[in-house]
Design a protein around this ligand. Structure first.
Ligand code: 5RP
Length: 234
């Protein structure tokens, strides 16, 4: 997909690349249906683009309070996940994506609802700029939503794997997620088998959601690059 603009992609900022992939994601929105919507600065570009075709869709299932507010402000109807049997598509960003469509997500602390909405969807379309494409997941600190009383024990379990966990703060206090829980961010991991890793960590008592998306991996990635929007299919 070539950039319609005459400006070369090399001159585009990361913000402009996010806008390009956000706009490109519109092609996967099915007219007359409800679309699954993720969270983050890239998805915000998609939401802004979605407003231009809002009369052609029924509405959205949202993955966070922040996205819900943005969608509603633009006049897009919000549906509860429990009122939907299936979504044809879920569109979201990622903090990292590998060449198989496995991702690290949760930089915006919305990973739990993101995984829930992604699980409802037949197709996950991931929208990222090329800085997010990696060989092996783990350079980005892995977000894990946890029940607060389990944070120390979970940190010890990650330490035994060679990781270092830190409670995410906001205004110098532990950040509280939309679900009333906390986030730990884990550095020092090399996640060579994302499916096995996600299965293992998800079983630890007190883990609400681990930010590895391998069971709910992307089927398509729209990658904003210096040469335009590239489509990767997994
Ligand atoms: C939020 C997420 C986001 O998709 C991820 O952090 C990427 O965000 P951005 O588009 O702002 O870089 O997982 O929980």
């Amino acid at each position: 997909m070539a950039n319609p603009d005459s400006q070369t992609q090399a001159e585009l900022s990361q913000d402009q690349l996010k806008a390009l992939v956000g706009q490109a994601a519109l092609q996967f929105v099915v007219p007359g249906e409800i679309v699954g919507v993720g969270t983050g600065s890239t998805v915000n570009k998609f939401i802004d683009a979605l407003a231009s075709i809002k009369d052609q869709i029924k509405g959205a299932v949202s993955s966070s309070v922040a996205s819900t507010q943005r969608l509603q402000a633009l006049g897009i109807a919000i549906f509860d996940a429990n009122d939907v049997d299936r979504l044809s598509v879920y569109i979201d960003g990622a903090d990292e994506i590998d060449h198989h469509g496995n991702m690290i997500k949760g930089g915006g602390a919305a990973l739990t609802r993101e995984k829930i909405v992604a699980a409802l969807a037949t197709r996950f379309v991931c929208i990222v700029d090329e800085s997010k494409l990696v060989q092996t997941l783990g350079k980005f600190p892995l977000p894990v939503e946890v029940i607060p009383m389990a944070a120390k024990r979970i940190a010890q379990q990650f330490a035994a794997m060679g990781g270092k966990a830190q409670v995410r703060l906001k205004d110098r206090q532990p950040l509280v997620t939309d679900n009333g829980q906390m986030i730990i961010d884990v550095t020092g991991l090399q996640i060579v088998d994302p499916l096995a890793f996600e299965a293992q960590v998800s079983q630890w008592p007190g883990v609400v959601t681990v930010g590895v998306f391998a069971f709910q991996k992307a089927q398509i990635c729209l990658l904003g690059t210096a040469h335009g929007v590239e489509k990767l299919t997994f």
